[in-house]
Design a protein around this ligand. Structure first.
Ligand code: BGP
Length: 463
């Protein structure tokens, strides 16, 4: 069967401001939460000391080198690039009334550069970072006031870029707040579940208000949510395992349920009651939540299993999300289980549940690459991974799922989110930098670069 994708399908890659830009204080940028996590999104928060503080300070210097990178993306034939705006470039402390013009001007230049090559921007408002000023002064998303700060930021960027950016996302992997509360909602590690869910509630209201603002300011625009697509399977067909899997899948689908359906799902009533939690949801909040997203975007790297067997549960802890390993799947070096068919399964699940178009905005293989003596980088493992996943995306389209596009994660090597290291690479483009920050930052095409260019050129027929 030909793997031809629809002509209007968008092809490209995805990056995030704090993992590529560097220039962490340039042109009036304020400190973001990510600038205080030198060891990554699960790492401790450290007050900054003078001088070098970790590899994210420079990252891949995209802030200055984006014209060169855009040229390479265009050479691969990208029709879309997902990136995020660093909130702290626009509002350095987060709670100012007026934006920082130099920060706004940077993204004007960036979007203009994309336009030169006909690359459509897909922009995340908040990708794993927020102004540290809001955390220090207001307690992050724990405070209701943060909804207003975010809405002001969202309205500012929608108004400024309304003619340049038509596709938007609110919060990156909003469901990760349960696993990394500081990164997600600016609360300290060890915060109570009650506090985390209250902060998440504020974030969900803010997300809905951004959706409303986008609809008002950019009537021909589209705005989506962004979920970590962490599909879980029951380890056995024991009814108790089935039930537990249903519950655990709801832990992350809950966010989508609110953002797509416009209200808290029925099952959350018992969830909160059983845990003795009470979330302050006002009548105005309920009205605000009714403004729902136009499409659903998600990341997809792996699947995992669920069991009610205590012993198996202790043995698990195979990856960052503590999923029980699936005996039928292989894992990456970082314990992420590779499951292309799971992507088709997940896409069908999401489409059955919501009947909204889907956008796969992250997928890829983190691996250590070797530069050969002749300078080539032969990343066949990456080609295989992406090929197999794209074949399943095509299957899902054949199944009837509406899919807007695919942006693989890190088309150019960047700083890893979970470990803030450089040796876990995702790119089609190699960047000369190591975990200690040594290297020239020179860009080089890997074997996968030419392979992906071919996939795009043939609309998937070469898969
Ligand atoms: C997602 C994040 C990204 C990204 C990716 C890969 O969860 O949205 O920011 O980094 O995971 O993760 P890592 O960089 O830890 O390999």
């Amino acid at each position: 069967m030909s793997k031809q994708f629809p002509k209007e399908f968008l092809w490209g890659g995805a990056v995030a401001a704090n993992q590529v830009e560097g220039a962490y204080l340039t042109d009036g940028k304020g400190l973001s939460t990510s600038d205080l996590q030198p060891q990554g999104v699960f790492g401790p928060v450290q007050e900054r000391v003078e001088g070098d503080f970790g590899i994210k300070d420079v990252a891949i210097d995209f802030y200055h080198r984006y014209p060169e990178d855009m040229k390479l993306f265009a050479e691969m034939g990208f029709t879309v690039l997902r990136t995020s705006i660093a909130w702290t470039r626009i509002f350095p402390e987060g709670d100012e009334l007026h934006p920082n013009e130099a920060g706004l001007a940077f993204y004007d230049r960036l979007f203009d550069e994309m336009a030169k090559y006909g690359i459509t921007p897909l922009v995340t408002l908040s990708h794993y970072e927020m102004p540290y000023g809001i955390v220090k002064k207001h307690g992050g998303w724990g405070s209701r006031d943060t909804i207003g700060f975010f809405e002001n930021y969202a309205r500012t960027v929608f108004t400024r870029y309304k003619d340049k950016v038509k596709y938007w996302l609110t919060f990156n992997e909003i469901n990760m707040s349960l696993h990394a509360p500081f990164t997600g909602v600016g609360l300290p590690e060890g915060s109570s579940k009650q506090a985390i869910y209250q902060a998440i509630h504020h974030q969900l209201v803010a997300s809905a208000k951004a959706v409303k603002a986008c609809h008002e300011i950019i009537p021909d625009g589209k705005i989506g949510n962004m979920l970590l697509g962490g599909m879980l399977y029951p380890l056995t067909c024991k009814p108790a395992d089935m039930m537990e899997t249903l519950q655990q899948n709801r832990d992350w689908l809950f966010f989508g349920d609110v953002q797509v359906r416009g209200a808290y799902p029925a099952y959350m009533k018992r969830f909160f009651k059983d845990r003795g939690m009470e979330i302050n949801i006002t009548a105005e909040d309920k009205i605000a939540l009714k403004e729902t997203v136009d499409f659903i975007s998600f990341s997809y790297y792996m699947t995992g299993c669920v069991t009610t067997d205590a012993e198996q549960n202790i043995k698990a802890r195979a990856n960052i999300l503590n999923m029980v390993p699936n005996p039928h799947l292989k894992s990456s070096e970082w314990g992420w289980q590779i499951d292309p068919e799971g992507l088709r399964f997940l896409m069908n699940e999401l489409y059955d549940r919501y009947q909204k178009p889907l956008f796969i905005v992250e997928n890829g293989l983190g691996a250590r690459d070797k530069v050969e003596a002749d300078g080539s980088i032969n990343d066949d493992y990456r080609i295989e991974y992406i090929n197999d996943h794209l074949v399943q995306v095509h299957e899902a389209i054949e199944d009837g799922v509406e899919v807007m596009g695919y942006t693989s994660w890190g088309p150019i090597d960047l700083v890893s989110a979970s470990k803030a290291e450089f040796s876990k690479r995702y790119g089609y483009i190699y960047v000369d930098r190591d975990d200690q920050g040594n290297g020239t930052l020179e860009r080089r095409r890997k074997k996968s670069f030419f392979w992906y260019a071919d996939v795009i050129k043939t609309h998937g027929a070469s898969l």
